[in-house]
Design a protein around this ligand. Structure first.
Ligand code: NAI
Ligand code: MG
Length: 500
């Protein structure tokens, strides 16, 4: 099926891509930007414009934050946990019913293969229903105190308030759920700023939130550019917390912008995650595991295992097999169900990634496979880079230090456990990490030694709504998923009652 016919199929499915400009959601209403401006959202597989989208900026963020504040102080604050749970379950049911359409919108708007976006069904629905469960599991504690006299002391957990959620483009549907789910579970309200590269799924999801009965102003969605809408949200004095996912450079700006009212910040940033293969690993499963730890989503995953450390004894064989595996993956427009590797999200991202390919070669790394943009036939219209494996990579090379966010593996040989722990940790990031071995003691030594928020042994990127995810070092702070995430959206109040 061609991309255009898939797009018209979507239009029939939802009426969403109907040629009309998409509006923003403020206070329960779909409105244009105050400025009247729009910006185009493109399909990165073809370069075609999918829709014009209202371009929010400071004025729209201001309206949205005020709506979120009013909603936070209004009847929503009286909703019982059980009612918030029912709302989240209803949202989950609606997302389930419209899942194919949402997955297709993600594919069209940011390029990921439909096999990947539709494969997210279990995870996304699981997240929504997990948060629904959590809504009724929030509780404070009674704490014994030692004051002379008689005092009862206990804690209340209260929603932190208005949340500014700023998300990236590399998995829009999941990213919205990851921020809005805990906000609704805890009784917060939110202003969501989707990424300018992929605002469509968040806006369609916004329609489903309204349909599910999310009260006016509880969730507002303001698409727009980072430097304008994003920056205004991060700096707004009416926002109590910013939940951000994106680059560490933007993360640093958000911290600075948050200083005005000392808002709470959680940051899920990038990485340069080590993936460590020992000679004793089961190579049959390790080859595809290590390859897809990077090539999935064309490498546009924060925890991609891009520094592939391979024990010297098997280095040449293993690197050759990973390169071969990558060469067999089908690259093309994500709407084709047989495609495994889609385009990069934008021309800008293409330039970044091809820039790193050139730097890698210039600094002396050897491209075993890939290494150049694909320009064959129809692929020349999109932003396609093939799975690339660089061998002979040295720790100090740029491609071993900086996040590329493309389908690019930097393969590095190593000899022993202590050495590889040290080298794995010699980066400013600490998000994910992988270890492939049959030796349980090595696995434990690595799990303890690596400074990163996740260690995956004989697997990569395993994720569950109940298991916390987040960074060490410059990969950010705060956790998503799990009980730890709910605490990011809650304040703790201590109450003292003198009873004597
Ligand atoms: P980015 O961090 O600039 O964008 C992420 C979000 O932040 C978007 O919604 C954007 O509009 C917003 N934003 C941008 N500037 C802002 C500002 N000054 N204040 C508030 N919000 C702002 O990332 P970008 O430019 O899309 O990608 C650049 C690189 O960042 C990628 O090549 C990759 O290395 C990394 N990245 C990491 C992600 C992750 O999942 N950790 C996701 C996206 C990008
Ligand atoms: Mg797009």
């Amino acid at each position: 099926m061609t991309t255009t016919s898939m797009a018209s199929k979507t239009a029939k499915l939802s009426g969403f891509l109907d040629g009309r400009p998409k509006r923003m959601l403020i206070d329960g209403r779909w409105v244009e930007a105050v400025s009247g401006k729009t910006f185009p959202s493109l399909n990165p597989a073809t370069g075609e414009v999918l829709a014009q989208v209202a371009e929010g900026d400071r004025a729209d963020i201001d309206r949205a934050v005020h709506a979120a504040r009013r909603a936070f102080e209004g009847p929503w604050s009286k909703w019982k946990p059980f009612e918030r749970q029912q709302l989240l379950l209803k949202i989950a049911d609606l997302v389930e019913r419209h899942f194919d359409e949402l997955a297709l919108l993600d594919t069209l708007d940011m390029g990921a293969p439909i096999s990947r976006t539709s494969g997210g069904r279990r995870r996304i629905l699981g997240m929504l229903r997990y948060y629904a469960g959590m809504a009724t599991a929030i509780h404070g504690e009674t704490i014994e105190n030692s004051l002379p006299g008689e005092y009862v002391s206990f804690t209340l957990k209260e929603p932190v308030g208005v949340v500014g959620a700023i998300i990236p483009w590399n998995g829009p549907l999941g990213a919205v759920v990851w921020k809005i789910g805990p906000a609704l579970a805890t009784g917060c309200t939110a202003v969501l700023k989707p990424a300018e590269e992929a605002p469509l799924t968040p806006l369609r999801l916004g329609e489903l939130l309204v349909e599910a009965g999310v009260p006016d102003g509880v969730v507002n969605i303001v698409p727009g550019y980072g430097e304008t809408a994003g920056a205004a949200l991060a700096a707004h004095p009416g926002v109590d917390k910013v939940a951000f996912t994106g680059s560490h450079v933007t993360g640093q700006k958000i911290i600075q912008a948050s200083a005005g009212n000392l808002k709470r910040v959680s940051l899920e940033l990038g990485g340069k995650s080590p993936d460590i293969v020992f000679a004793d690993a089961d190579l049959e499963t390790t080859v595809p595991g290590a390859a897809m730890a990077v090539f999935s989503n064309s490498g546009q995953i924060c925890s991609a295992g891009t520094r592939l450390f391979v024990e010297r004894k098997v280095y040449d064989e293993f690197v050759g097999r990973v390169a071969e595996f990558g060469q067999q993956l089908k690259v093309g427009p994500g709407v084709d169900p047989s495609v495994q590797i889609g385009p990069l999200v934008s021309e800008q991202q293409l330039e970044r990634v091809t820039g790193y390919l050139a730097t890698g070669k210039r600094e002396g790394a050897r491209a075993v496979s890939g290494g150049d943009r694909l320009m064959d036939g129809e692929l020349s219209k999109g932003y396609f880079v093939p799975p690339t494996v660089f061998a002979d990579v040295k720790d100090e090379m740029t491609i071993a230090q900086e996040e590329i966010f493309g389908p690019v593996i930097s393969a590095i040989p190593f000899s022993d456990v202590d050495e590889v722990i040290r080298r794995a940790n010699s980066t400013s990031f600490g998000l994910g990490s992988g270890v492939w071995t049959r030796d349980v003691s090595k696995a434990h030594r690595l799990a303890k030694g690596i400074r990163a928020g996740s260690v995956w042994v004989n697997c990569y990127q395993a994720m569950d709504p109940a298991v916390p995810f987040g960074g060490y070092k410059m990969s950010g702070y705060g956790r998503e998923s799990g009980l730890q995430q709910l605490d990011e959206y809650l304040n703790v109040k201590a109450v003292w009652i003198k009873t004597g």
